[in-house]
Design a protein around this ligand. Structure first.
Ligand SMILES: Nc1ncnc2c1ncn2[C@@H]1O[C@H](COP(=O)(O)OP(=O)(O)O)[C@@H](O)[C@H]1O
Ligand SMILES: [Mg+2]
Length: 271
């Protein structure tokens, strides 16, 4: 998120970074904005791996739906998670995609270049309708560009894209590697699900238009990805039935899921 530049501690050496890791840990934080030499950067620390049961449960649900692409990925956590992140960032950058540069690293931290002040999610949330579609399209175009380069992302929630002052999105947060759990085709299909899940809510009043935009964007994907995405939406469309829950149960997470279901229902049909 945007941060007062003056609040970024100036750290110029590996040792200074190492010392700042201790400060962040003591404050219970796993990421911090810093000023490194002449540029803004982010110091990202290793975290413990989330519990396996959560992912086994969701994985079971994905199997029941017959959807490998919907299998949730358990982030690696620890030092391994950071090595995965560094490897994925380098692979994306090697393909010309906008992603943080790894400026320095140690076993339990990475120093990443700053991609900009605002996440795509907050830009989408704050914009008026025409601009909101524009921002959505930029994230969608990024996903297409990644796939056309033979790449895949993973945690494609709108909060994991950060835009530069000029509005160019870049992807962050790569502590898991989808290819350790599924083939490239499924990983690419899967990228569309967190993106639609995290954005449909902001288009609650114009989901048919959003699904038309998605259909137009998917024309740039391979026929196999396009078919897989459609199938994934067809299998999640039933979530739109959450709208029948009583008003008292319509909390934000329920509304978000219901909007995604409604979007999936429309997107599964559109050609
Ligand atoms: N390289 C970066 N450039 C700009 N902002 C970043 C960068 N890395 C992280 N951030 C900010 O920090 C937040 C958390 O980072 P992220 O890597 O997504 O960690 P996590 O989701 O595991 O907490 C992001 O939402 C973004 O606001
Ligand atoms: Mg994140």
């Amino acid at each position: 998120m945007a941060q007062d530049p003056a609040a970024r501690p100036q750290l110029d050496t590996h040792a200074a970074l190492q010392a700042h890791v201790g400060t962040l840990r003591a404050a219970g934080r796993h990421i911090g904005a810093v000023r490194w030499q002449t540029q803004d950067a982010w110091l990202k620390l290793s975290m413990t791996q989330p519990p396996a049961w959560r992912y086994q449960l969701l994985g079971g649900a994905a199997r029941l739906l017959g959807q490998a692409a919907m299998r949730p990925l358990r982030p690696q956590g620890g030092s391994i998670g950071l090595r995965v992140e560094a490897r994925r960032l380098r692979a994306l950058r090697a393909c010309g995609l906008r992603a943080p540069e790894v400026l320095d690293e140690a076993e339990h931290w990475l120093l990443l270049s700053d991609l900009g002040p605002t996440t795509l999610e907050s830009l989408i949330r704050r914009a008026d309708l025409p601009a909101r579609f524009e921002w959505w399209q930029r994230g969608a175009d990024y996903i297409v560009q990644a796939h056309q380069s033979g790449q895949y992302l993973s945690q494609t929630f709108a909060r994991n894209f950060v835009c530069s002052e000029r509005g160019e999105p870049g992807a962050i947060d790569f502590e898991d590697d989808a290819l350790t759990a599924m083939p490239l085709l499924d990983a690419q299909i899967r990228d569309w699900l967190p993106y639609s899940f995290s954005t449909a809510f902001y288009f609650a009043d114009c989901l048919p238009e959003l699904s038309e935009r998605l259909a137009a964007t998917l024309m740039q994907e391979s026929a196999a990805v396009r078919a897989g995405v459609r199938q994934a939406y067809a299998r999640t469309a039933w979530l739109s039935a959450l709208r029948y829950l009583p008003q008292a149960m319509q909390r934000t997470d329920v509304i978000k899921t219901r909007c995604f279901g409604e979007f999936a229902r429309l997107a599964a049909r559109s050609d």
